[in-house]
Design a protein around this ligand. Structure first.
Ligand SMILES: C[S@@+](CC[C@H](N)C(=O)[O-])C[C@H]1O[C@@H](n2cnc3c(N)ncnc32)[C@H](O)[C@@H]1O
Length: 253
């Protein structure tokens, strides 16, 4: 019999971003599968627990923790290493689904932001379903992405009238072709890469820990606030032990 796996977007940090659809999906779950990513991500695991405690009741849900396989952060071949790591994750999740979820049962993975954006859970779940070791029906529930949390926090639109928007990562920022760089939303950038790629009069709207108690927002031209963002980011990371930040870069007209 088929097991069901729900991939549920839970928003980008503010527990009030959990949608009614996500709550409906969480209600009938037999086990929540959590990849334990170590101390750095403890706060993020805590937000997930807080959401479950609040909406399902303390102790009224089952959590299965899966140790995240080790990952090489400085690989020679980035894409090959990510594929290898995803495969190792898929094997661990597949084994946990078989042993911890009865046939016909419903499992769930709570995903940060929206599952479709820079998150491997959906790809891994599709690989498990295609692999055939466990018969799996996938259900995906969208979530409020950090890109929306950023633009809302600054009270801005992601684009001016009719303009395109590129969503990319710090690692790929330098590869954005001219014309696609009018409005760029950049995730996963530990190096403040905009300092190397942007023009001084590009505008940047930056946000860290969006929706959380220690949210930080800075906006201005890159010339005005670029160094301030890098310095503030380093300080906040040292203070909290981890950071999640995102920014919108916009070309001047
Ligand atoms: C692995 S990606 C996941 C993105 C997620 N699926 C989404 O829709 O927001 C992690 C990146 O999302 C961004 N991010 C997620 N939550 C954030 C938050 N609360 N504040 C700032 N950036 C955040 C950061 O750029 C972080 O490096």
């Amino acid at each position: 019999m088929t097991r069901t796996l729900r991939i549920i977007g839970i928003g980008a940090g503010d527990p009030r971003q959990v949608t009614l659809q996500a709550l409906d999906a969480m209600a009938g779950v037999d086990a929540f599968f959590v990849l334990d990513k170590g101390a750095e991500k403890d706060s993020l695991v805590a937000v997930r627990r807080q959401i479950c405690d609040e909406h399902l009741g303390v102790g009224a849900y089952r959590v299965v923790e899966i140790a995240d396989p080790p990952r090489d952060r400085q690989p020679v071949d980035y894409d090959a290493e990510v594929l290898r790591w995803h495969d190792a994750r898929a094997q661990r999740i597949s084994a946990a689904l078989r042993t911890e979820l009865p046939e016909g049962g419903v499992g769930a993975i709570l995903v940060w932001g929206d599952p479709a954006l820079y998150d491997s859970t959906l790809r891994i779940a599709e690989a498990i379903a295609a692999g055939g070791e466990v018969a799996l029906a996938l259900q995906v529930i969208p979530g409020v992405t950090s890109a929306s949390a950023l633009t809302a926090a600054h009270g801005i639109s992601a684009n001016r009238i009719g303009e395109p928007i590129t969503i990319t990562t710090g690692r790929r920022l330098a590869d954005t072709p001219p014309g696609a760089d009018t409005n760029q939303i950049v995730m996963l950038d530990a190096d403040c890469t905009f300092r190397r790629t942007a023009d001084p009069d590009d505008h940047i709207w930056w946000g860290a820990y969006l929706g959380m108690d220690h949210e930080i927002l800075i906006a201005g031209t890159v010339a005005q606030v670029g160094e301030q963002i890098a310095e503030r980011r380093a300080r906040a990371r040292a203070e909290h032990g981890w950071i999640m930040d995102i920014y919108l870069l916009r070309k001047r007209r």
